[in-house]
Ligand binder design. Structure first.
Ligand code: ZN
Ligand code: ZN
Length: 855
């Protein structure tokens, strides 16, 4: 007897990593007769270590890519690094290492870790966004946006993190604090570059033809926040006797008669002129107080936060009711949203309600939910109740926000208008009287891309005293980041203090000028990287039309759901702009999107250093090998859900790897004993044994199941099917002497290796070669199966006599009804039950495996 060799993943895996690199089996050729498949995983930030979340994302993406390759596609599966950003700069400040050095060292380590995973990356397409051959094109794209009016500079209020010393996009402020460092964010007015993503708001709401998770589409839709409503113009009387119109945007023009006060943002330009002299001090103090609040705090819907505000001592005229109401300023109204003014309708808006309660302002009900009584002619609800609608609301605990239902009450000539008509009628009235119009507004803001930091792509703009902001000529790109800079917490980019960078000449007049010292938001770099992968070495263009036509759009994009309203929205915007500029011929970057779940710590909580529940991939890979780690990650639960890490779980998967190893080794050894060549099973004839039939049926069944599961990214159930397969083959080996040399057993072993290869690429490659193959298991075609063979070999037919179960028959699934009848009637139990009576009726219900005898 031959002693099995021991499964030693460390040795096997390091050998195959070098071999695959040599043979270049994962390179996607541009020229191929096969249909393309662009399989993309979100590129990592080079923090220095691949964490378990990367392993999870990339393993699933890799399995899917390998499956598509076996299905006959020319699969492109690239990887690169999103290499600009704050952590490099913070490391530089803390440890006195240049960001470039820190980043490139980390990339070197992560390349090793990414190879260690055994994923089928096409390294020839790698991009590193902090290298000049990449960011040259990021800058070039910025200039195209600028040329086409999509990039502009303006003084804008910015979210400012005093710790990071930079502005942040709204998306990077979470509950009023900096996403990166947790410091409360302040607001500042500075010159900034923005991209006009709002031009594309309506297009970005269209997801036609995209196979994206419903939740992500909804998040983007809400983020864009399109709302239909009306602009109504109120008239204010200034202290100097002048009158001005102040527009408000409202989605509820039907509540216009419920306006009992008017609120301006503290920053509103008319505040000073509207303020009565005796209110000046209080107003000034309030403005000062709110200057330190962040936009997010101010928009907070947290009801425990008490509303604040002060009256200006002025009134304003409701354009429809003609009523005069007091004007206030309050921090819950923001200048950057809508018009910086709000009509206060406390009965039907919760924030207005809280404000009115805080300051004792009247609350007047003007929309009442439907009631049969309101149909009575000649009476209104308020008359019937108390005659004073404002006292009726005294007991209210919240605003009522019923919309498009019920009817208008206390609304002058509109009283009695059904809720379904209310908005339309009020807008029609306002338009007819020249005091308002129907409008559409969006929550989406333009994308602020200036960062007062060093480690980003420099914005290619020069400031000339004579010519203002002048774009750097394209033939002078890239604007190169200098190598050595000093980091001082000045609040300005360190580039401001590098004279060789800062001082330049104007491209128009040649006179002394200075460079823009801000760098671009790194989300710009990641908004087009998937285009560059298709044409990574292009030295004369960001990408060529031919390569775009060949590879784009991305067929499958796998990455975290946390990118829903940033990266995934920005990338869509980029593609639409580039399409309109004529650089791309498609509308959407990612045809199919999939979000993997999250791997939690063994305690069921999100992994974090502070909790000490972090699983380091390098440690577990060192112990069990990459194949077991990949398999375990995929086995822990559905791929879109993830789950907690479990040390017993990985032990179980480790045992499975060893069973696969032992089974294939037993087979190889048995076949070696026969002296026949191992790899050429199909040529073998020779005696076969009945157990081989069962093995063959199991093989077809498992091929069908695993193929379905891979296609649906159900890697956990695919693995469960493969475990069943191994158990079935082990059973045949243990119970049927000689089955190991049955050619059908050999087919089963080969299929097992091919099916398992996407999940566990190393062990399957090793065993595949041990069978005598010279080519890689990873370039094999997906095995075919015969649907007829996936049917159970034997079914159990229940036989009833006069409604009572009397016997069970084990038969072939395709048995004819007549044969079931003869078998049933031959059964001694059925004969006993019939007790000599004639059979009046025989029915065989094939679908239910049921035979009924009436006797
Ligand atoms: Zn910060
Ligand atoms: Zn000039």
């Amino acid at each position: 007897m031959i002693t099995r060799s021991k499964y030693q993943p460390a040795e096997i895996e390091s050998r195959w990593i070098s071999r695959w690199a040599q043979d270049d089996i994962y390179a996607a050729p541009d020229e191929s007769p096969l249909p393309k498949y662009y399989n993309l995983a979100m590129l990592p930030y080079p923090s220095g270590d691949l964490h378990i979340g990367h392993w999870y994302n990339y393993t699933g993406a890799d399995i899917y890519g390998r499956y598509q390759r076996m299905r006959g596609h020319n699969v492109m599966q690239p990887i690169g690094f999103d290499a600009f950003g704050l952590p490099a700069e913070n490391a530089a400040i803390k440890r006195n290492i240049q960001p470039r050095t820190w980043t490139l060292d980390n990339i070197a380590n992560m390349r090793r870790q990414l190879a260690r995973m055994g994923a089928g990356w096409d390294w020839s397409r790698e991009i590193v966004s902090c290298l000049p051959d990449y960011y040259k094109w990021t800058q070039w794209l910025f200039l195209q946006f600028y040329k086409h009016g999509q990039a502009y500079r303006t003084k804008a209020p910015a979210n400012w993190c005093p710790t990071c010393n930079t502005t942040l996009a709204n998306e990077q402020v979470i509950n009023g604090v900096c996403e990166r460092c947790g410091t409360p964010v302040e607001r500042r007015e500075i010159d900034q570059w923005l991209l006009r993503i709002t031009d594309y708001a309506d297009q970005l709401l269209n997801f036609d033809g995209l196979d994206w998770p419903e939740k992500t589409r909804l998040m983007q839709t809400n983020w864009i926040g399109r709302s239909e409503g009306a602009e109504l113009r109120f008239t204010a009387h200034l202290a100097d006797g002048e009158t001005v119109e102040i527009p408000v945007f409202t989605t509820r023009p039907d509540t216009i008669y419920g306006v009992t006060f008017f609120v301006l943002a503290p920053e509103h330009p008319l505040v000073e002129r509207l303020t009565a002299p005796e209110r000046r001090d209080a107003v000034q103090a309030y403005i000062e107080q709110t200057r330190h609040e962040t936009e997010i705090e101010r928009l907070s819907t947290d009801t425990s936060k008490k509303k604040t505000g002060v009256p200006l001592g002025a009134t304003i005229t409701n354009p429809i009711s003609g009523e005069e109401v007091p004007v206030w300023i309050a921090d819950y109204v923001l200048m950057g949203y809508g018009t910086g003014a709000v009509m206060g309708v406390p009965a039907h808006d919760q924030r207005d309600f809280e404000f009115a309660r805080a300051f004792g302002l009247p609350i007047r009900e003007v929309i009442r939910a439907g009631s049969a009584r309101s149909a009575s002619p000649g009476e209104t609800m308020s008359d019937e109740r108390s005659g004073n609608p404002e006292t009726d609301t005294a007991t209210w605990e919240a605003a009522t926000t019923v919309k498009g239902a019920g009817e208008m009450v206390n609304s002058g000539p509109f009283t009695g208008t059904p809720g379904t008509e209310a908005i339309r009628r009020v807008i029609a009235w306002a338009e007819a009287h020249g005091v308002g119009k129907a409008t559409v507004t969006y929550r989406l803001r333009d994308w602020l891309i200036s960062r007062q930091r060093f480690w980003g792509a420099p914005i290619p703009i020069v400031y000339c005293p004579e010519h203002g902001a002048v774009p750097v000529p394209e033939d002078q790109l890239p604007v190169v980041l200098p190598d050595e800079v000093e980091f001082k917490p000045t609040g300005e980019s360190p580039l401001r203090y590098v004279p060789a960078f800062f001082n330049t000449t104007c491209p128009i007049c040649g006179e002394p000028a200075t460079r823009e010292v801000d760098t671009m938001d790194t989300f710009i770099c990641s908004s087009w990287y998937f285009l560059r992968y298709a044409d990574p070495q292009n030295a004369t263009a960001a990408f060529s039309p031919e390569q775009m036509a060949r590879w784009l759009p991305v067929d499958m994009y796998i990455g975290g759901a946390e990118h829903a309203t940033m990266h995934l929205l920005y990338a869509r915007y980029f593609v639409k702009v580039l399409r309109d500029i004529g650089l791309l011929a498609f509308d959407e970057p990612f045809t199919r999107l999939y979000h993997q779940g999250i791997v939690l710590g063994p305690d069921g909580v999100k992994m974090s250093k502070s909790r000490g529940n972090v699983i380091a991939p390098d440690d577990v890979v060192g112990r069990y090998g990459a194949d077991a780690v990949r398999s375990y990650l995929m086995f822990m639960g559905p791929f879109d859900q993830g789950g907690p890490w479990n040390n017993q779980g990985i032990e179980g998967v480790w045992r499975f790897m060893n069973r696969v190893w032992a089974l294939a080794s037993d087979y190889t050894d048995a076949r070696a004993d026969t002296g026949r060549p191992l790899a050429a099973e199909n040529d073998l004839t020779g005696a076969t044994i009945p157990a081989g039939d069962a093995v063959e049926r199991l093989r077809h069944k498992i091929i069908a199941r695993v193929g379905d599961d891979y296609a649906g990214l159900r890697f956990n159930t695919a693995l469960a099917a493969l475990m069943e397969f191994v158990n079935g083959l082990n059973k045949a080996r243990d119970e049927t002497p000689g089955v190991l040399t049955d050619p059908r057993f050999g087919d089963a072993i080969q299929s097992l290796l091919v099916l398992l290869a996407p999940i566990a690429p190393f062990i399957t490659e090793e065993l595949w070669h041990a069978l005598g193959h010279d080519d890689s298991v990873h370039i094999q075609a997906w095995p075919a199966y015969d649907p007829a063979m996936t049917v159970d070999e034997i079914i159990t037919v229940v036989v009833q006599v006069n409604g009572k179960v009397r016997d069970k028959l084990e038969v072939a699934p395709d048995i004819a009804a007549g044969e079931v009848r003869s078998l049933a009637l031959a059964s001694p139990r059925v004969q006993a039950a019939l007790a000599g009576r004639d059979v009046k009726k025989f029915i065989y219900v094939e679908a239910r495996h049921l035979a009924n005898i009436v006797g």
